[in-house]
Design a protein around this ligand. Structure first.
Ligand code: C5P
Length: 211
């Protein structure tokens, strides 16, 4: 199968030297890319700026902003069988990017933010590929993930509790619950991200073969 995977954070520029971003390390997305290659699948990885080694055998498309990720996903998605949206796309970006460095002042300053485009929600409903979203939540993890499955019209949502220190964001370990659109649910207990990724790729292959 052909996997298209997004990973890492996006950076939304404020001025030539500053940006808004988030704590995504890219480890989970890169582990999924590696696991998919190991299992004999083709992988294109659309990646925000991360400090993780490139998975051998994956074609990597580097991006920085959410708009660049939006364009890259739409360019590549027609040629894939499974789209895994593991990236932590920024929800907001500065409404204006200053061309010159904003000077430091003593007063408070406020920054006007505009919502970014939701890439998942922008995908056509009538499609030939499977769409897998990620839901990073700090509370009511499963209920919020189920809501995302429906609202963002995903086939699968991988729910991730990011309130814990012992796994999740930036960690080498993770624990996830996979929700499928047919009501099926699978839990992968706390394990290194590489192991979680292997299990996830197996479940996605099985699900893709049965839809
Ligand atoms: O930010 P949120 O929790 O809604 O993200 C859930 C899913 O939506 C993730 O798979 C993420 O990659 C995707 N997303 C997106 N475009 C955005 C924000 C999130 O595709 N602008």
């Amino acid at each position: 199968m052909r996997f298209l995977i997004t990973a890492g954070p996006t950076r939304e520029p404020i001025d030539p030297v500053r940006y808004l971003s988030n704590r995504s390390s890219g480890k989970m997305g890169y582990a999924i890319a590696e696991a998919a290659i190991e299992a004999g699948h083709e992988v294109i990885l659309i990646s925000g700026p991360v400090n993780v080694d490139r998975p051998r055998g994956a074609a990597v498309i580097p991006i920085s902003t959410s708009d660049e990720m939006f364009r890259a996903v739409h360019q590549q998605v027609r040629n894939c069988d499974v789209l895994v949206m593991c990236a932590a796309v920024a929800d907001y970006k500065p409404a204006k990017i200053s061309k010159s460095k904003i000077k430091k002042r003593v007063e408070n300053m406020s920054l006007e933010l505009a919502p970014t485009r939701d890439i998942l929600a922008s995908l056509p409903k009538d499609r030939q590929y499977l769409v897998v979203g990620f839901a990073a939540e700090t509370e009511n993890v499963e209920a919020n993930a189920r809501k995302k499955l429906q609202e963002k019209n995903c086939d699968v949502v991988v729910a991730n509790d990011v309130s814990r220190d012992d796994f999740g964001m930036e960690s080498d370990k993770n624990e996830v619950t996979i929700l499928f659109c047919d009501g099926e649910k699978k839990k992968i207990s706390r394990a290194p991200k590489k192991i979680v990724a292997r299990e996830l790729v197996k479940y996605l292959k099985m699900f893709a073969e049965n839809v």
